[in-house]
Write a protein that binds this ligand. Sequence first.
Ligand code: PEP
Ligand code: MG
Length: 753
Amino acid sequence: MTIASPKSPRALLKALREVLAQKAGAQARLDRVAQLVGGSMAAEVCSIYVLRADELLELAATVGLNPNAVHNTRLRLREGLVGTVADAARPLNLTDAPAHPNFAYRPETGEDPFKSFLGVAILRGGRPRGVLVVQNQIERHYAEEDVEALETVAMVLAEMLAATEFLEMRGAQGTAAEPGLPLTLKGTALAPGIATGTALLHEPRVRITKLIADDAESELARLEDAVAALRQSIDQTLRRDDPLFLGTPLEVMETYRMFAHDKGWLARLQEAVRSGLTAEAAGERVQNETRAKMMRHRDRYARERYADLDDLANRLLRHLTGRAGAEADIDGEIVLVAHHMGPADLLDYDHTKLAGVLVEEGTASSHVAIVARALNIPMLGGLRDIADQVAPGDQVVVDAELGELHVRPQAQLITAFRQKLALSEERRARFEALRDVPAETADGVHVDLLLNAGLLFDLPHLGETGADGIGLFRTELQFMVSRTFPRLTAQTELYAEVLNAAGEKPVTFRTLDLGGDKILPYFDAAKEENPAMGWRALRFVLDRPGLLRYQLRAMLASAAGRELRLMFPMVSEVDEFIRARSLVDREIEWRQRHGYDLPSSIRVGCMLEVPSLAWQLDALLPITDFLSVGTNDLLQFLFAADRSNARVTDRYDFLSPAVLSFIRHVAARAERNGVPVTICGEAAGKPLEALALIGLGIRSLSVPAAAIGPVKLMVRSLQVGEVEPFIGSFLERPDRSMRSELKAFAEENGIML
Ligand code: PEP
Ligand code: MG
């Protein structure tokens, strides 16, 4: 049969539409697509490879290659040029394909005479589903329009392949679990806690039934209307009066507004419509590109920005398909399941009904995780293909303590979890009862229990937990959830709001601790080999004093008439502290010169996170108002073990003679000089570690909100008079850890851990 060869992309799409409309079987339709594309692009070969469930790419249709190779030639992902295209999810355009290092010759295909090669990935949801290839004998460089046309066809193919009749072809063994059977998946805890509930798919995939437009002009108009409606709905969300929307998370949502108004995004959508797609298909095509980029990107922050764009594309699709604002009919405890989810999406749900959140991607520093933690909703990430593994209505158990997800669990497991949940609720109730009692040991020694915070969402925890104040306010979080450097007024307002919420309780602001794993999406810092030991924290702001002075100015203004406590992170030598402190003095002078009120008192402290500083205590202690030991960083430098590298981070124990005698040294010197010391790393929030710290003479701990109750319970059950000699006896020992002995000691002495 001869097939007319459509020449323009639009004509090709039109011809494809006819193929799609035909009643022919799956194979016949694939063959027709290969013929149409080959003809349209003047290619001697057009082949379609389909990714099977066993991850093999199978030649499913071809014109130009040996027909006997169809369903016989298979390649692994990353094997040959086809495997390379699928793996990288990027087009490969080669004039001399056999010269490419990944070229893998398959004699059965008879492809040896073909020199030039253009392959594009068939993507669905950003994942490869196959590869579409054209080849020619001459050395031809395919034009950019050819690449785009092939990508558009690939998108149509992705929809065709998703149809059930192709499943057979894609290999017998499915990757997804058998429906109905229990399944346990390992994930990463992004927000702590345990939950059981019914799965609800966040935005079940919008199925696009019509891919090819009848009339490009009216599609463009539809697209523009939908984008306008999307912008309007985002503006409305931003205006909502809910206290949850106050402050920083609002800035998070501002990023959507900026993306929604991004000209490049709109231009890509319009371009896709002009090539003959419907507005929905254009939305999906642009979304696919974004997802593919997102999956390729190794940089966490870039991935999070792409996730925002992905989220926006979903919203656009819902506007186009008339499903915007259709809030799920939530009844009872719901566990949301999402491929990706933006913070605004999470806030769209009635959070009182949400028991948990599960996402495929996501990191603890992603916006949505920050919001989930602030709302106290357990959240797991790192769950590959989660939306395929869980069906709406499935019972799930989210264990964000162990980082596990149980899907359709057996009855005994649900019962066990209900007990665990009841136990943790019982514990929580016990902690709540402790809220207003002091953190005082059984022999009458007071321990200050302070909160680690960083966003406005954290402030209600002060009252809820009965913490004695905020011992560490990580100011960089505000910078990390903003799209641009927060202005002076935004910083001043945030700090003032924190101080207002704290009332009489003290707040210690830490100046910007950027660098290391805390990267600003809008600040293009050079890549470093060892960022944790690189140009970060105080080093960074001493080289950019304008940034630090700005922040100090905001802090001084926010605390006018009341006490201001601030401290500098990652001080490595006393000279750095002196230089930073002199900037505080300059800002005080500036305010005085301009006749502005000053804080009633100003206390400037130093974080001790770099071991070198412990050998300059004689010089440091007389000039600092307090010390705050950041054990997260301290341990990584003390043991030379990267805190973000899972292979080494737990290799050395906090409860080791090295760490304990180090802290003992610092605590004793500080006490002699009358300088208060707080420990503010994660270790301080673990009851056993906190017990050891108290035994070393520490009387102030700054911990995450969830740790206040457990640590207070432990404090109230111990006798300092017994703990101190026990810990002291351990400092010179050769053992690697005193964990088990300390546990046994706690048990014998009735200390509640
Ligand atoms: C620390 O290093 O212990 C600390 C409190 O600071 P951060 O975790 O923010 O680096
Ligand atoms: Mg630190």
